[in-house]
Design a binder for this molecule. Structure first.
Ligand code: XMP
Length: 516
């Protein structure tokens, strides 16, 4: 159930830009939620949306296994906007025809608007050329009964459509991307003009409605939450605590793979500034024993994940009848873990996966629909300190996946010292918040160097700094040479056992952000 009053429901057909649609709408202060296209009509009714958007997607509507949403949505009396694949699906479901186009249309196109109401309210027919962004190989060949054309482009005679009587509209272009210069206007016209929404959604109202939702779901049950020291779990803990107070207990497991000081400050905050119950477990030795001699990345991830679950479960059992697990799942986690058409997930992401079924716990995931920057905004609104809110993301398996090869106390010590230098210098130069992540990686090789008059044969540190919006794609950060030089000098001078520093200039894809 969902208590957010006005909302736009987005049905996802697998487009890379579906999440952008949600963002663009929330930027207009209207709440929006993304659900897979397989959502049932019953669930849609329960969500009671003010409008429905059918997203784009890579499939063709005439494929045998094409993703098809329930056609009952057209009988709900709710406005529907189809985008790209969504437009083609709407046409097919309403009785039109879609075929493979002779010429694919990809990139910028000139849109000629013929109808200046509805989606194009406020625009002009003369001059009527607006830059939009297209990406399609199929095109609408025959309109469904009742529909008429509202805009055209060179290769799409049906670039935008409206139903003459019903609130159904469709666009072949992508209004959510920045290259569509009128994109925001088109979406605004849909949500305000056609759906009649009001711009009333803010982080403040999100907190209010989510707090009520959590209270309603939990009743007088007990909730546990794994606090990692990172932004997401801290925000979840603060949010759930606000809703149900001491019915929440947090467990913090120090797996010995944390950055120096990374979690202490957050623990201090919760202990000193709130009355949140936090159980802290020191499990450094436990994890180092389990990782002894293990060099394979997936094996490391599995052992760390399983060890965590084991300890967490023990603590939870001590608490007695716990009913819920609160988790900081974000929107990108939701899509990265969706197995699309049988493709294997890229890495086994470490979270408390497996626990909920084993312990029969219901999940509470209040950040499920949010992006990282929205979570940060929420954290500030909940009163978390800036320093915690703007902390860079840190992976669950911690430094374990930044040490290539075997993890030993000595190698951890080297990496921690290098890592502190990277952070200090990035912060000092004002670059810490400009990048998505900046960290050191310890390589499994040694190289020859010369220090004083002597030959050295020591470790290599790789420096990884990336820019990203949501970790799904990333590029290496163009940080100044002088800053790179300073970091390198300090690491080589101050960290015993390191004689070389290299900078990673790979983007994701094809590389990933972490090295393992
Ligand atoms: P990759 O390396 O897959 O990382 O490009 C994408 C983002 O996810 C973080 N990451 C993790 N976070 N558990 C986490 O909570 C994990 O197992 C994990 N592995 C990677 C990584 O730091 C980056 O921000």
């Amino acid at each position: 159930m969902s208590i957010h009053t006005e909302k736009i429901l987005i049905l996802d057909f697998g487009s890379q830009t579906t999440q952008l649609i949600a963002r663009r709408i929330r930027e207009q202060k209207v709440y929006s939620e993304i659900h897979p296209y397989t959502i049932s009509l019953e669930q849609i009714r329960e969500l009671s949306p003010s409008g429905i958007i059918l997203s784009g997607g890579p499939a063709s509507v005439y494929d045998d296994d094409a993703p098809i949403s329930d056609p009952g949505i057209y009988d709900l009396g709710v406005p529907v906007l189809g985008i790209c694949y969504g437009a083609q699906l709407m046409m097919t479901q309403q009785g039109g025809r879609v075929e493979q186009a002779e010429k694919r249309e990809f990139g910028k196109a000139d849109l000629q608007v013929d109808y200046t109401a509805g989606l194009f309210a406020g625009m002009e027919t003369s001059p009527s050329h607006y830059q939009v962004w297209m990406s399609h190989g199929d095109r609408i060949e025959e309109l469904a009964p009742g529909f008429e054309v509202t805009a055209t482009s060179a290769h799409s005679p049906y670039a935008a459509l409206r139903h003459a009587e019903k609130p159904f509209v469709a666009v072949q272009f992508h209004p959510e991307v920045a290259h569509t210069l009128i994109g925001t206007d088109v979406l605004r016209n849909f949500i305000f003009g056609i759906c009649g929404c009001k711009p009333e959604w803010t982080m403040h109202s999100f907190i209010d409605s989510t707090v009520r939702e959590i209270q309603h779901k939990v009743g007088d049950g007990k909730v546990i939450c794994a606090l990692s020291g990172g932004v997401d779990s801290s925000v979840v803990a603060a949010m759930v605590h606000r809703a149900i107070g001491d019915q929440l207990t947090c467990v913090y497991v120090n797996n010995g793979l944390m950055r120096s000081g990374e979690s202490e400050s957050i623990l201090n905050f919760f202990r000193q500034k709130t009355d949140l119950n936090v159980i802290a477990l020191d499990a450094e030795k436990f994890f180092l024993d389990r990782l002894d001699g293990i060099a394979d990345p997936e094996e490391k991830r599995k052992r760390i994940g399983l060890g965590f679950i084991e300890l967490f479960e023990q603590e939870a059992n001590k608490l007695g009848d716990v009913n819920f697990l609160a988790q900081g799942t974000l929107y990108p986690d939701v899509i990265e873990s969706v197995v699309f058409r049988g493709k294997a997930p890229i890495k086994s992401h470490h979270n408390v996966g497996g626990l909920p079924e084993r312990m029969k716990l219901d999940l509470i995931e209040p950040l499920r629909e949010l992006f990282k920057d929205e979570v940060r905004e929420l954290g500030l609104e909940l009163g978390l300190p800036e320093e915690a809110v703007f902390r860079q993301p840190f992976p669950g398996p911690g430094l374990g996946i930044r040490i290539m090869g075997e993890i030993t106390a000595e190698r951890l010590h080297i990496l921690r010292q290098a890592d502190v230098i990277v952070l200090e210098e990035m912060k000092d130069a004002g670059w810490y918040r400009k990048v998505w992540q900046s960290f050191a990686v310890l390589l499994p090789i040694q190289t020859v160097g010369v220090m004083g008059d002597g030959r050295t044969y020591e470790h290599v540190i790789a420096l990884r700094c990336v820019d990203s919006k949501d970790a799904m794609t990333a590029d290496w950060s163009r940080i100044p040479y002088d800053l790179l030089g300073k970091i390198s000098n300090r690491i080589i001078n101050e960290v015993r056992g390191v004689n070389r520093v290299v900078y990673d200039i790979s983007s994701k894809p094809p590389a990933t952000i972490e090295w393992e």
